[in-house]
Design a protein around this ligand. Structure first.
Ligand SMILES: Nc1ncnc2c1ncn2[C@@H]1O[C@H](COP(=O)(O)OP(=O)(O)OP(=O)(O)O)[C@@H](O)[C@H]1O
Ligand SMILES: [Mg+2]
Length: 302
């Protein structure tokens, strides 16, 4: 049984009220009314209906460098199609071997400015194009909530608020977008205990809540650099897959190796070489290397 499944069951056992029915038989004069407890089969919850929706201003996202400009958009879209395929195979259980929690996906990097947020944003749009998948983009870069700010939600309650206060219903904090299968959860108010909160059982509960309504939901986390903060490492311990962004020709090899060892043996790690110039036959130059490039093989034990 998967980790998330266990969390879902825990949630259900906390919220489900057993149906109690009075017996239709007349009670014996001296006896208490007979009570029959009828176990209620778990009901599928209604599809997720966010209470709030935002319009994604693509031109503003291009201006701020989180989406490619018109000249590059087709090429980048093709690159992200390639990047998402192996991730989706794991989500759908069609990979070479099963990946636990494969639908919890973290975009990480060793150092700052390697292209995590750009990758997260473009991957989110690409995944949302899938017919059978919905995406909850989660800003887990709680120290520098880039996406939340870009979307005008820098001060909105979000992940950290829900982690700190178990009475908050996480679904109240998620935004729908004008992209039908794309949802967004802001980072929320900063906390000095962000690290502990991100690695807590409550985090698993939140992930379970966000995925139980939609069996094909992917939670996609943007994060802080693995070697500069602890928060990115904390999230890597929760997820099943990590997309490790490496700035081609810039990130030192030793930094990549250290980042991979910080992630540990839990999640499946694939490397995206960002802003690489690779000539592929007649197809021209690609800014992204292939997902799962040879650097990934340097993972200890990998
Ligand atoms: N493949 C790419 N094509 C074009 N521009 C890119 C690409 N990748 C990253 N950039 C640009 O590089 C800059 C840094 O990218 P981004 O903000 O995504 O990095 P980051 O790893 O999230 O940084 P931080 O660690 O500070 O959060 C941005 O201006 C972004 O537009
Ligand atoms: Mg970023």
């Amino acid at each position: 049984m998967s980790f998330v499944q266990k969390a879902i069951e825990k949630l259900q056992s906390q919220t489900k009220q057993p149906a109690v029915q009075a017996s239709t038989r007349a009670p014996a004069a001296s006896a208490e009314p007979a009570i029959a407890v009828v176990p209620e089969p778990p009901k599928p919850r209604a599809p997720f209906q966010p209470k709030q929706t935002i319009a994604l201003n693509r031109s503003a996202l291009v201006r701020s460098g989180l989406l490619p400009d018109a000249a590059a958009s087709r090429r980048v879209a093709e690159q992200f199609r390639r990047i998402k395929r192996p991730l989706l195979r794991n989500v759908q259980g069609r990979g070479a071997e099963p990946v636990d929690r494969a639908n919890l996906l973290l975009v990480a990097s060793a150092l700052a400015g390697e292209g995590k947020t750009f990758t997260t944003m473009n991957l989110a749009f690409s995944l949302a194009l899938e017919r059978d998948v919905s995406v909850v983009l989660i800003d887990a870069d709680v120290a520098k909530p880039h996406i939340s700010r870009e979307l005008g939600l820098g001060d909105a309650p979000g992940l950290l608020d829900a982690l700190a206060d178990p009475s908050i219903d996480i679904e109240d904090l998620v935004y729908g977008t004008d992209e039908p299968s794309l949802y967004f959860l802001p980072a929320g108010r900063r906390s000095e205990f962000a690290n502990e909160l991100l690695e807590s059982d409550r985090m698993l509960e939140i992930c379970a809540t966000l995925t139980q309504r939609q069996p094909n939901a992917v939670l996609l986390f943007d994060s802080a650099p693995l070697l500069l903060t602890n928060e990115g490492v904390a999230v890597s311990h929760i997820v099943g897959q990590v997309v490790l962004v490496v700035r081609a020709g810039v990130t030192p090899r030793v930094a990549v190796q250290e980042a991979i060892s910080n992630i540990g043996d839990g999640p499946r790690v694939g490397v995206v070489l960002n802003q690489a110039s690779v000539t592929l036959g007649q197809q021209g130059y690609y800014n992204y290397g292939a997902y799962g490039s040879p650097v990934a093989d340097e993972r200890p034990g990998g």
